[in-house]
Design a protein around this ligand. Structure first.
Ligand code: ADP
Length: 384
């Protein structure tokens, strides 16, 4: 927006010319009238200065031409009304020239200075406009960037959910089909008259086992999709972690010899969802048994500083360093290991539930000696 300033005429544009003419006439009349009372206190020749302030203001506000006009009119009026011989215009006397030239010099200097100032004002205004335009462009760019970022986040979320769906389909098609094929084959064989009672027993065991595998897989798929969809809000309550660990061991069907629990009897309570933590620890214990080379798995829980720490320790082949983070990704299975047994979801679910309950999970491993999954939770506010 263009700011017009009338006050000192130093705005980008001078005030309108008609106003200048009016101001000139008013100034000349006022100056001339002011000289009359002053004549009694000073010699009239020196009273030409009375006109100067108005000439200065007019030159500053309206420029050189209006200033010269004001100078000329002032000189004429001064000459005609105030300098003897009165009411006659004469330019013979030196004083007349002095007054006119002084007025003209004042007009020239002040209008030039004002012109320079006005030029600077115009430049400043252009600069302001340029800056405003640049700012507007920057704001538009920032808006565009924000929009693109939002789109990228959306696209990334879509891509992730797409990837998850693809992996899910792949896993479902393979992992569901394998036990289903076994169940169908065993079911068909059961009906055959040539099957011996022992074979029948084995076949029916296979049906139950494969059915349980399917059921675990479906439960895992449901957990992962809940965690990914953000609908796994924990129902937190004060829980005794020892009880949860025992229930987790029982749920995977491990014996107390196969999986030894070592739980500090003074373990403080923590605030968490017991069902979710049972699922998380069951997955860790199941992995320990599965990858533990037939040796005992130890589940140890202690308070360490301000946290309750659970360690699930196995004595299996361990996990190479490069894979210790990847194994927590959904559907990630290490090549050639545990294939056909797991779905690659166990650790993703364990991490999802542990973190949803305010805990942390990490793995330590010495290849060839075993792995330790370390899960920790902060103490509840009152520490019990
Ligand atoms: P799964 O349900 O197939 O076992 P997980 O997410 O639980 O999938 O584990 C992912 C991979 O991490 C497994 O394929 C396995 O190779 C490796 N892994 C998990 N736990 C252990 C462990 N205790 N010792 C060695 N490898 C392990």
């Amino acid at each position: 927006m263009r700011a017009r300033r009338f006050s000192l005429g130093l705005g980008a544009e001078p005030p309108p010319a008609w106003l200048g003419l009016l101001a000139t006439v008013v100034a000349v009349v006022a100056g001339t009238l002011l000289v009359y009372p002053l004549k009694s206190v000073a010699p009239v020749v020196s009273l030409g200065v009375v006109y100067l302030p108005a000439i200065l203001v007019i030159s500053v506000a309206w420029g050189l031409r209006m200033g010269l006009l004001a100078s000329l009119l002032s000189a004429v009026a001064f000459n005609y009304f105030q300098l003897p011989p009165l009411h006659r215009f004469t330019i013979a006397d030196e004083e007349n020239w002095v007054a006119l030239v002084t007025f003209a010099i004042v007009a020239a200097i002040s209008s030039t200075v004002a012109g320079l100032a006005r030029g600077q004002a115009v430049e400043a205004e252009r600069g302001r406009e340029r800056a405003n335009r640049a700012l507007a462009e920057l704001a538009a760019l920032a808006e565009e960037r924000d929009r693109m970022q939002a789109e990228m986040v959306e696209a990334e979320a879509l891509r992730r959910s797409d990837e998850l769906k693809t992996a899910l389909l792949r896993s479902v098609s393979h992992d569901l089909r394998t036990p289903l094929t076994s169940i169908i084959a065993a079911g068909a064989a059961l009906d055959s008259p040539s099957v011996t009672p022992e074979e029948r027993h084995e076949l029916s065991e296979a049906v139950v086992e494969e059915g349980q595998r399917l059921s675990r897989l479906v439960a895992n798929l449901l957990d992962v999709s809940r965690l990914e969809g953000g609908s796994a809000a924990p129902q937190r309550e004060e829980i005794d972690l020892g009880g949860v660990l025992e229930a987790a061991r029982d749920s995977v069907g491990a014996s107390p010899e196969g999986v030894r629990l070592s739980i500090d009897p003074d373990l403080p309570f923590i605030a968490a969802d017991p069902a979710q933590l049972e699922r998380a620890f069951a997955n860790l214990i199941e992995n320990g048994v599965r990858h533990g080379g037939g040796r005992q798995v130890l589940v140890r829980s202690r308070q360490t500083g301000e946290r309750v720490v659970v360690r699930v320790v196995d004595q299996g082949a361990g996990i190479p360093e490069g894979e210790r983070e990847r194994i927590f990704e959904p559907f990630y299975r290490r090549d050639g290991e545990g294939h056909g047994q797991g779905s690659g979801l166990g650790l993703a679910i364990a991490r999802g539930f542990v973190e949803a309950n305010g805990g942390e999970i990490a793995v330590e491993s010495v290849p060839g000696q075993g792995s330790t999954f370390v899960v920790s939770f902060p103490l509840t506010e009152d520490g019990r």
